[in-house]
Design a protein around this ligand. Structure first.
Ligand code: ADP
Ligand code: MG
Length: 701
């Protein structure tokens, strides 16, 4: 890259980051603001005007004319409404203004965003509130201010509000645990997240001729290409020059936005790639992931490619996920998921590990729910992604330690000390000592947990909201118990042992893809919820409402509304897919096959006119088979139309989603089968849409 030398210069150049704040704000204002950022506490209103003004000046210097409150409604994509800085001063003149009030609070009309019924109960007005913990940035001539989005009465209408609340909740409870271990220094514990993003790239000319990719984000038809991913030659393979140029430009754009895009490589499926940033605080990491997705698409356009973020763009090939790496770190710079060298720290580590194990077991349903979508259903449970069953992998060594604790035995690996309280001391963990189990949905990878179920297109706020809340709940129960105990050390040791004993069923170090595991998981009583529709109702189980409300993360009504939205989105998505299929089949596939049949019939007729003795075996066989398949396709369209109409008329959101899953999806599958077989029998020049081969191997050069 010719700009290599410039990277440190351009990194973060479009971000109102800590350096810029320090340079541009009066010392006391800077101090107060950075305290707010570090602790998530409310901003002191008296400094807002000064911060807003500094932001505006900096943004204008960087080409901005507008500002926008940037938020994450429950549509799955970000939203923004731009306001110019201009303010009239009479005499047809304007000045550029931006007040503290405008920075802190916006009032967009909330009535056109999904609310799951909240609108009926509350006012249509909504407001956005600045999240100082995620840096503002300049993009396309506007100052972007990351915000949370609520109804006027304070109900969250977005993904960020509950995320911030969950970060507060875990901070509160984690501090109680740290105090019990004598840590008086730490004043804040934050959740760190690193989201690895998978994606596909396809050539734009092919994409544009695939309405299914355009409308549904995935191919709804397509016979497999002769070659897929079976040669395993794409994973980590050499980057094609066109892809490499794309990745370079993408990195540069992200670096300007202060996003630490670090790793890039080819993924398992042809045309599939991955980008991993360096982790940061959860709210910032999630904002950045949304920007990464946006720029993946935007930059692809500049290279005549299209970036597909759908969980399953192509049947028969790996889908895309988003590994959510999660850990807890203190403001004193410690990662709480690193087992320290001293016994006290080890006990603390074991207690935290026990808290996570308990959280994952107690809230399997919510974790599964946090990744459930129509798109991700194609992935989870397939033979590529984690199964739909939640379990936790902790590595061989830790498992042996946990086993020893449960059995009340000493853990006697060579060279490891055994603590007198019966808790074996844990060696410092480095990533390399944990065996990488790629089939586990939730794996401890040395200093963080890696949740591998999230889908590539989703906002990963929800998985982190659930993790934070579930672990906060474990911490709370632990702290309550230990704080009350006379002998705190003894109580801690007992708690660790009891917790591992009670929740050992969730620990699984074997092959998560195997049939045996499904059976074993059933024996252990673990939940196996293969589809999104199976899991959405769990959102309003009393146990979950209790946990989420008691930590102030979501209210009952917010949870009920979210369930409605999830169910509605599921149904809408399948409906779009069904309509797209009907359209493609009736307008192009069926007529194309008819035209081809007509051509073969013409050929056969001419042949027989010249040489009447010719039987035209090939022609008649093809005509027969294609006619039969085309009729079948036509009938499948009719059935699909009927079922889709019926589904659309169902009023109850759960029943409707169930109907889409149980009736519409199989009808779609039936139509696809006929069409895909016809593809294998029809001359290429007659086939109306680009093939799987074009789409997955179409990027050359
Ligand atoms: P891989 O999963 O491919 O082995 P790495 O171990 O390098 O990759 O990390 C994957 C992701 O995990 C990266 O985005 C990285 O920044 C993130 N990560 C590393 N440490 C932490 C942490 N303490 N908290 C959250 N994410 C982390
Ligand atoms: Mg990973």
């Amino acid at each position: 890259m010719e700009n290599v030398k410039r990277i440190p210069e351009i990194f973060g150049c479009r971000v109102f980051n800590d350096d810029i704040m320090r340079a541009r704000l009066p010392k006391d204002v800077y101090k107060s603001l950075s305290n707010t950022i570090a602790t998530g506490k409310e901003i002191d209103a008296s400094i807002a005007n000064i911060v807003a003004n500094a932001m505006k000046d900096w943004a204008i210097e960087n080409g901005a004319t507008h500002y926008t409150h940037w938020f994450q409604p429950l549509t799955g994509v970000t939203a923004e409404k731009h306001e110019a800085f201009i303010s009239p001063v009479g005499n047809c003149k304007v000045i550029m203004e931006f007040s503290g009030k405008e920075l802190i609070k916006g009032e967009p009309d909330a009535s056109s965003f999904p609310s799951g019924g909240l609108r009926a109960t509350f006012e249509a007005r909504g407001y956005t509130a600045w999240d100082p913990g995620s840096y503002a940035f300049v993009k396309d001539g506007s100052l972007y201010i990351p915000t949370a989005f609520c109804s006027y009465t304070g109900e969250a209408l977005d993904t960020k509000t509950p995320l911030l609340r969950s970060m507060d909740a875990i901070n509160l409870q984690a501090l109680r645990i740290l105090r019990l271990f004598g840590d008086q220094q730490t004043t804040h514990v934050s959740t760190t997240v690193g989201a690895e993003q998978e994606y596909f790239l396809v050539d734009r000319s092919f994409y544009e001729r695939r309405p299914d990719l355009f409308y549904a984000g995935r191919t709804l038809f397509g016979a497999p290409a002769p070659k897929g991913q079976e040669m395993e030659d794409h994973y980590f393979g050499a980057l094609k020059p066109r892809v490499s140029e794309y990745m370079q430009e993408l990195d540069e754009e992200l670096w300007k936005l202060g996003i630490n895009a670090k790793t890039k490589h080819n993924e398992a499926a042809p045309a599939q790639h991955e980008l991993a940033p360096i982790f940061s605080t959860a709210n910032m990491a999630i904002d950045q992931n949304l920007l990464i997705m946006e720029y993946m698409k935007k930059v692809a356009g500049r290279h005549d490619m299209v970036c597909l973020l759908h969980e399953k763009p192509f049947n028969g090939m790996n889908g895309s996920g988003k590994h959510d790496n999660w850990a807890l770190s203190t403001d004193t710079g410690k990662n709480l998921l690193v087992a320290g060298k001293t016994p006290a720290e080890n006990t603390q580590f074991l207690l935290i590990l026990a808290a996570v194990v308990k959280a994952v077991d107690d809230y399997q349903d919510m974790l599964r729910l946090s990744v459930a979508s129509a798109g991700n259903d194609h992935r989870l449970g397939g033979n590529e992604a984690p199964p739909a069953i939640i379990s936790i992998f902790i590595g061989e060594e830790l498992e042996a330690i946990v086993r020893a604790i449960i059995d009340g035995k000493a853990y006697n690996a060579v060279g490891r000390a055994v603590m007198n309280l019966g808790v074996p001391s844990v060696p410092t963990f480095t990533k390399d000592t944990t065996d990488r189990n790629r089939t586990s949905p939730f794996a401890f990878t040395g200093n963080k947990f890696e949740f591998r179920m999230p889908g590539s297109s989703q906002n990963v706020a929800m998985p982190n909201i659930v993790l934070n809340t579930a672990v906060a709940e474990s911490f709370r129960q632990f702290a309550d118990t230990i704080e009350e105990a006379k002998d705190k050390e003894l109580a801690t040791v007992k708690l660790i042992k009891d917790t591992f004993t009670e929740h050992q069923r969730i620990i699984f170090n074997g092959n998560g893809y195997s049939k045996e595991w499904e059976e074993e998981a059933a024996r252990r009583g673990l939940l196996n919820l293969p589809t999104a529709v199976d899991v959405y109702p769990y959102l309003t189980e009393e146990k979950n409402i209790r946990a989420f409300t008691s930590h102030g993360v979501m209210s009952r009504i917010e949870m009920e509304c979210r369930k409605e939205i999830l169910l509605e989105n599921y149904s809408k998505q399948i409906n779009i897919e069904a309509l797209t299929m009907i359209d493609m089949a009736m307008k192009n596939y069926i007529p194309a096959v008819n035209a081809y049949i007509a051509e073969i019939s013409g050929v056969a007729a001419s042949k027989m006119a010249v040489c009447p003795h010719l039987a035209c075996k090939m022609e008649s066989e093809l005509i027969e088979r294609l006619s039969e398949l085309n009729l079948r396709a036509y009938e499948a369209v009719k059935t699909l139309e009927r079922t889709d109409k019926k589904a659309a008329a169902i009023k109850d959101a759960l029943k409707q989603a169930q109907y889409y899953r149980d009736k519409v999806l199989p009808a779609m599958e039936k139509l696809r089968r006929s069409v895909d077989e016809m593809e294998t029998l029809t001359a290429a020049e007659y086939w109306p849409y680009p093939s799987y081969g074009d789409l997955t191997f179409g990027i050359q050069g």
